[in-house]
Design a protein around this ligand. Structure first.
Ligand code: IVH
Length: 667
């Protein structure tokens, strides 16, 4: 390689890596895998070492990443937040072991931990009180996200026990368990919004939200794995973590002391398989030298500790051919490109389709038909195309073009400023938008009409329901002309449609399918405006006065009600007898699942606080009572429940349930 060639390559790598840093840290939307990113980084590090004349203080190798978002105040880290060196195979781990052995020249132990795939956080405690929570930022200063972090229940605000230093920092990873991630994405999809690609993006995106009450709803978790400070209780990392567990921190149980690198290999092998059964994502293993004295002797390089290293699992990835791209139209009219792939085995399933997200993604990937593409399971859940193997590209291929007209009704697509998606504006005449709206309207959280997707589609295709309001003039006779329906099933559907007229106003509002009006927003609107007429007449200025309603939602509501077709829909719903005003009691009502049931709660719970459980009982139509009687239906027992209550319940033959049983009852 000539010096000119080296310089060209270095410049190319620096700009490419910077683009990926920006995608990953600032936008929380990475477009290549960590593995590929690390390959670029390693190549750049190597070239910079070989050609020191091209050193640059602003090279991406000179910093540990940047996730600074100016909207938060920044805080210096008292101890820099460094990252870890990465290894990808046993050989590289062995090299690390040899380096440590050589430097220490005495007996030592390792601690193996899992590498949690979320977003790192540094928590400062002063006299047992949480004072600051700061993101990694550029390693020397980060965003102060204390208000958001305080919403995470597994993080203690006040420490328990004794023996903690008067001042110390503890670091860990905030992450979103799979169950929470799936729920959040389902919600996003039902609102016609872009789902998060994986739990890591969901975690880092959420931590930077301005409104901490929204953060609270996302049910994050946080594992702690590293204590920093001057007067730590012991000189063993492992024992310090054990101590920290007694102070109330969530110290993961997946941690092991190892006497040799062979034990470390065992740990790696075990978790490379078992990780698939964990309820959260990990992307590798972290190996640390246990003794803090040894750690200090080994010290740090400019970017990483010499006493710890990470071993990254290969992301499950496959290579296959892109056969075609379908364009799907959703309820909101958003058009999503979906890739059809030559079927390929990936992490135990056959993958035939992968999401392409939007037009920008197609351009970024420079995707072409018949390309050989790399598919990865993002967060082990949704298959995604993460890159193209350009070496296999056909000579005459041309970049894929996003369609200009709706694939369903041929209307020219539109893309508004600041939006990533193209939309079909023909929302009252485009089949999937109409059936999508009907499906949303009848959904459980909306009008709760007892019919599924297939029925909605059938009614639409037969011309019985071409608009949601047609549901209320549907007759049993019409249904009986369809093969699918018999006397009883037809009657059930008609009854269920009639019952839907009693559904509280906030659910009707949600059912209308107004963009950005999800279940929570609908509740806030119903509570504030009380009835549909004041909502229809509200200006954006009036709308933003309501709790949690911002400009974007306000504008969407105004646009919705300005449309004459929507005005006549409301009139038809009014004539049908649907609830268009709020009853004071039902603003918070979710269901009648616990109607007539009284529950007494006792003890401490994992997922909800006692107050939240009380609210949940009431939101589902039940009664939360404070003293046990023969009329009590259940005793909901948490941790540390008083023995006398339990005894009394047994005497009265009252069934005892736990938090999970309760969650199942209201789900
Ligand atoms: S220790 C100086 N332990 O990995 C060492 N980090 O690439 C500090 N991570 O920024 C880190 N699990 O966000 C450590 N058990 C674990 C970890 C872990 C995940 C993350 C952390 C860090 C990154 C380093």
């Amino acid at each position: 390689m000539t010096t000119q060639e080296a310089l060209d390559r270095i410049n190319y790598l620096r700009t490419t890596i910077e683009t990926h840093n920006y995608q990953y840290y600032t936008l929380s939307a990475p477009i290549i895998s960590d593995f590929d990113f690390d390959i670029l980084m390693k190549e750049l590090e190597k070239l910079e070492a070989e050609f020191p004349q091209y050193a640059d203080a602003n090279s991406p190798t000179q910093r540990v990443g940047n996730d600074i978002n100016m909207k938060f105040t920044q805080r210096e880290h008292k101890y820099p937040m460094l990252s870890l060196g990465n290894t990808y195979n046993e050989g590289e781990l062995l090299d690390f072991d040899n380096r440590v052995k050589k430097a220490l020249d005495q007996q030592f132990e390792y601690v193996c931990e899992l590498k949690y795939d979320g977003t790192s956080i540094s928590l400062t405690y002063q006299n047992g009180q949480l004072t600051h929570a700061v993101t990694r930022g550029d390693g020397s200063k980060g965003d102060d996200v204390t208000a958001n972090v305080k919403t995470i229940r597994s993080i203690p605000l006040t420490l328990h026990g004794k023996g903690f230093p008067a001042f110390f920092e503890i670091r860990g990873e905030i992450f979103m368990p799979h169950s929470v991630f799936q729920k959040l994405n389902n919600e996003k999809i039902s609102l016609g919004e872009q789902p998060f690609a994986n739990p890591r993006n969901a975690a880092s995106g959420t931590l930077k939200m301005q409104n901490s009450s929204l953060v609270a709803k996302r049910h994050f978790d946080c594992f702690l794995y590293y204590i920093v400070g001057d007067n730590l209780p012991t000189e063993s990392h492992f024992q310090n973590l054990e101590m920290a567990r007694t102070w109330g921190f969530k110290i993961p149980a997946y941690i092991k002391r190892c006497n040799s690198i062979n034990d470390v290999f065992q740990f790696v092998k075990y978790w490379d398989i078992e990780r698939k059964n964990l309820p959260f994502d990990i992307d590798g293993i972290v190996v640390k030298v246990d003794s803090m004295i040894h750690q200090r002797n080994l010290g740090f390089t400019s970017k990483t500790p010499r006493w710890a290293i990470s071993y990254k699992f290969q992301a499950e990835r496959a290579e296959t051919k892109l056969l075609s791209v379908d364009f799907q139209v959703g309820r909101t009219g958003a058009v999503t490109p979906v890739a059809n792939l030559e079927p390929v085995q990936l992490a135990g399933t056959t993958v035939k389709r992968a999401s392409l997200h939007n037009a920008d993604q197609i351009i970024l990937l420079d995707l072409r038909l018949k390309d050989t593409v790399f598919v990865e399971k993002a967060g082990e859940i949704i298959p995604q195309i993460i890159g193209v193997n350009t070496a296999n590209r056909l000579a005459n291929s041309v970049p894929l073009k996003f369609i200009e007209n709706c694939p369903e009704c041929n209307t020219p697509l539109v893309r508004s400023e600041g939006e990533v998606a193209y939309y079909c504006p023909n929302y009252n005449g485009c089949a999937p938008q109409i059936t999508g709206k009907i499906e949303h309207f009848i959904g459980r959280a909306a009008m709760n009409i007892n019919a599924g997707e297939a029925t909605a589609e059938l009614l639409y295709r037969n011309g019985f329901v071409t608009h949601i309001t047609d549901l209320y003039s549907l007759t049993k006779e019409q249904l009986l002309t369809l093969d699918r329906f018999a006397e009883k099933s037809a009657e059930n559907l008609i009854n269920s449609i009639n019952d839907s007229k009693k559904v509280p106003f906030h659910r009707v509002l949600f059912a209308l399918g107004i963009r950005y009006v999800g279940e929570t927003v609908a509740k806030k609107l119903a509570a504030h405006f009380k009835n549909i007429d004041s909502l229809i007449n509200a200006t954006t200025t009036k709308l933003v006065e309501a709790e949690e309603i911002g400009e974007r939602i306000a504008q969407s509501i105004v646009t919705f009600f300005a449309d004459e077709r929507n005005q006549s829909m409301i009139e038809e719903l009014r004539v049908a007898g649907v609830q268009l005003s709020a009853n004071d009691n039902d603003a918070n009502k979710i269901s009648d699942k616990l109607a007539g049931i009284s529950i007494i709660i006792s003890g401490n719970f994992e997922r909800y606080s006692r107050e939240e459980i009380k609210q949940l009982i009431e939101m589902h139509g039940g009664k939360s009572i404070s003293s046990i009687s023969p009329k009590t239906n259940y005793l909901l027992a948490g941790d540390k429940i008083g023995p006398s209550k339990l005894e009394k319940a047994r005497k009265l033959n009252i069934p005892v349930i736990n938090e999970n049983d309760f969650i199942k009852m209201i789900e």
